[in-house]
Design a protein around this ligand. Structure first.
Ligand code: F6P
Length: 363
C-alpha cells in the first residue's frame, strides 16, 4: 500500500471533516499518501483532487461540512454533461476508473450513505478496491448501529423542540416540526423522545389526523392547551402518499421529500380549532459543528478505514455494533434501508411515556 484515495459523497453531514482528519493522520503515520477527490464521485470522473497531508487537516475536527466538497447528484454511471447548450447524461464510470489507475491508487475510501455506497459497490465490480465509511444524518444505513452525523442532527432537532415549547405554551398553539430522514423515522422518533414531543409521525407508522387530533383534545382535557408534533418528512397518512418536494434529475436519489408538516398543521387547525404553525428544520440538521459524540465516532471510523485498507479488507464498510467498531460487507449495507421497527423497543418506549404515533394501537 502506497497511496489511497478518499471522497465524501451524498448530503453533507456533521463529522465528515473529523473522518478525513483521522484518515489522513492514520495514513500519514503508516507512510501512506492520501489523495482527496473533490465533490464526491464528480472529482473522480473529472480527475479533480487535492493531496491531503496532516497540514490540510489542521483545525478541521470541529468544522461542519467537508473540506473536499460533496455532491448528492453526480452519478458517474449517469453523469450530467452540458454539450452545445444541451443537457445529456453519459456513463463515465470507465473514465473514473482510468483516472484512479493513472493516479496509482491502491484503494478508495468512500465516506457516504446508501446512494454513494451503492455507486462505490458498482465500482467494486469494475475491480476498484473500496472501503466504506457510514455517513448520514438519517441513520438509515443497514449493517451499522449508527452512522456519524445522526446524533448531531438529533441534538439540533431536540433543541428546536425545546424552543418550540415556549411559543406553543405561551400562545396555546399546536407546533409541528418537520424534520429530515427520507424514508426512515429515526430523527423524528429519537428527537421526539429527547425533546418531549406529544406526537411523533414517522414513515414506518402511517397516521390519521383524527387520531392526532384525539391526542390534542386529550391533552386539552388535562389542561394542556398546546401540543408539540414532530413529523418526519417521509411520514404519510394511512392509505396516502408521501409529499414530494422536488425531483433532482440524474441524482442517485432523485426524490426529495418535504411539505408534510404544512399539510398536518393545516389539517389540525381545521379539525381542532387550535391555531397551528409549521417549522421546517431543513438543512440546519446537516449544518454546524459535530457533537462530541460524532467527533469521536467519526474519528473511530476514519482510523478504522485506514486499518482496514492496510489489512486488505476491501469491499467492507466500517461499522459500529454495540460499542465496538467492526466491519460488514458493503453489499449488506446497501441491501436494504434500516428503518424504524414499528413494534420495536424504541417505539414502545415512546408510547409508554405518552407519545402518540397517530395510529390505531399506538395512539
Ligand atoms: O440524506 C440526507 C438528507 O438530508 C435527507 O434527510 C433529505 O431528505 C435529503 O438529504 C435532502 O437533500 P437535499 O440537500 O438535496 O435537499
Amino acid at each position: 500500500m502506497k497511496r489511497i484515495g478518499v471522497l465524501t459523497g451524498g448530503g453533507d453531514c456533521p463529522g465528515l471533516n473529523a473522518v478525513l482528519r483521522a484518515t489522513v493522520k492514520t495514513a500519514h503515520d503508516s507512510g501512506l499518501e492520501v489523495i482527496g477527490f473533490k465533490d464526491g464521485f464528480r472529482g473522480v470522473v473529472m480527475n479533480e483532487y487535492i493531496p491531503l497531508t496532516p497540514k490540510e487537516v489542521v483545525g478541521i475536527l470541529v468544522k461542519g461540512g467537508t473540506i473536499l466538497g460533496s455532491s448528492n447528484r453526480d452519478n458517474p454511471y449517469h453523469f450530467c454533461l452540458e454539450q452545445k447548450g444541451e443537457t445529456i447524461y453519459a456513463d463515465l464510470s470507465d473514465q473514473a476508473v482510468a483516472n484512479m489507475e493513472r493516479l496509482g491508487l491502491d484503494c478508495l475510501i468512500v465516506i457516504g450513505g446508501d446512494g454513494t455506497l451503492a455507486c462505490a459497490y458498482d465500482f467494486m465490480k469494475k475491480g476498484v478496491k473500496i472501503i466504506g465509511v457510514p455517513k448520514t444524518i438519517d441513520n438509515d444505513l443497514n449493517g451499522t448501529d449508527l452512522t456519524f452525523g445522526f446524533m448531531t442532527a438529533i441534538d439540533t432537532a431536540t433543541d428546536a423542540l425545546e424552543k418550540l415549547h415556549t411559543t406553543a405554551e405561551s400562545h396555546h398553539r399546536v407546533m409541528v416540526l418537520e424534520v429530515m430522514g427520507r424514508n426512515a423515522g429515526w430523527i423524528a422518533l429519537q428527537a421526539g423522545i429527547a425533546g418531549g414531543a406529544d406526537v411523533v409521525l414517522i414513515p414506518e407508522i402511517p397516521f390519521t389526523l383524527e387520531r392526532v387530533a384525539k391526542k390534542i383534545f386529550e391533552r386539552k382535557k388535562r389542561g394542556r392547551n398546546f401540543s408539540i408534533i414532530i413529523a418526519a418528512e417521509g411520514a404519510k397518512p394511512e392509505g396516502g402518499q408521501q409529499v414530494v418536494k422536488r425531483i433532482v434529475e440524474g441524482s442517485p436519489e432523485p426524490i426529495r421529500l418535504g411539505g408534510i408538516g404544512e399539510k398536518i398543521a393545516q389539517g389540525l387547525e381545521e379539525n381542532t380549532g387550535f391555531e397551528s404553525r409549521v417549522i421546517v428544520l431543513g438543512h440546519l440538521q446537516r449544518g454546524g459543528k459535530p457533537s462530541a459524540f460524532d467527533r469521536i465516532l467519526a474519528s473511530r471510523y476514519g482510523v478504522a478505514a485506514v486499518r482496514m485498507a492496510s489489512q486488505g479488507l476491501f469491499g467492507m464498510m466500517a461499522s459500529l455494533q454495540g460499542t465496538e467498531i467492526t466491519t460488514v460487507p458493503i453489499e449488506v449495507a446497501i441491501k436494504e434501508l434500516k428503518t424504524v421497527p414499528p413494534d420495536g423497543e424504541m417505539v414502545q418506549t415512546a408510547h409508554s411515556i405518552g407519545i402518540s404515533f397517530g395510529a390505531e394501537h399506538r395512539s
